[in-house]
Design a binder for this molecule. Structure first.
Ligand code: 5GP
Ligand code: MG
Ligand code: MG
Length: 183
């Protein structure tokens, strides 16, 4: 079988594997400093955060436990509505824990804003957010995101966990999906 060059489906590579690695390591160093002496409960939001979780957790030197949540945001088409349903809840009890939500991308910010308040209601010592990517829209939402990898233009991106119709999550770069793929 011929190897498929999926990068041909991208109009542009925004960040290469090397650039992502370097930025994730910077974020991890910052997080290690901020959480010195504390154990971190990393919460990954399935499925997009799989790569950030894997890379960020390995770059941290703090004690880390990892848990996962799956949520679906109700809404028509491609815009999230802010009404969120939990498909898979955490296994961990958050009481007294330092929770760090790891995310792939914040677009409208509605999903994460809901998630942060939901987790805060479970008695944790703290809840912070680390996202690899953030789009300009998210900046308008009143949500405190402590760790942001990169601010990106308002384009639909794939790779490094981010999908289009469940594809492209396995790309090691982040790129803009070519219109011919979805039109
Ligand atoms: P929001 O912040 O709008 O509530 O939704 C965030 C979720 O929408 C992300 O976790 C991701 O699943 C999806 N999303 C938002 N922007 C993009 C994008 O550019 N590409 C991909 N693949 N998913 C996106
Ligand atoms: Mg996500
Ligand atoms: Mg998706």
């Amino acid at each position: 079988m011929d190897a498929q060059d999926v990068t041909a489906d991208l109009t542009e590579v925004l960040y290469t594997k090397e650039e992502i690695d370097a930025r994730v390591k910077e974020l991890a160093a910052q997080i290690d400093r901020d959480y010195e002496g504390k154990d971190i409960l990393l919460v990954g939001v399935l499925k997009g955060a799989c790569m950030v979780m894997a890379d960020l957790s390995r770059a941290l030197t703090s004690h880390v436990t990892m848990d996962w949540m799956a949520v679906s945001s109700y809404g028509s088409g491609t815009k999230s509505s802010g009404v969120v349903r939990i498909l898979k809840d955490l296994d961990a009890d958050l009481m007294g824990r330092h929770v760090l939500i790891a995310e792939d991308i914040i677009d409208s910010g509605l999903t994460l804003s809901w998630l942060k308040s939901n987790l805060e209601s479970r008695g944790p010592a703290s809840v912070e957010i680390c996202t690899l990517l953030r789009k300009p829209e998210a900046v308008k939402v009143d949500i405190d995101v402590k760790y942001v990898g990169m601010d990106i233009p308002n384009k639909f991106v794939v790779g490094y966990g981010l999908d289009f119709a469940e594809k492209y999550r396995n790309l090691d770069c982040v790129g803009i999906l070519a219109p011919h793929v979805y039109q």
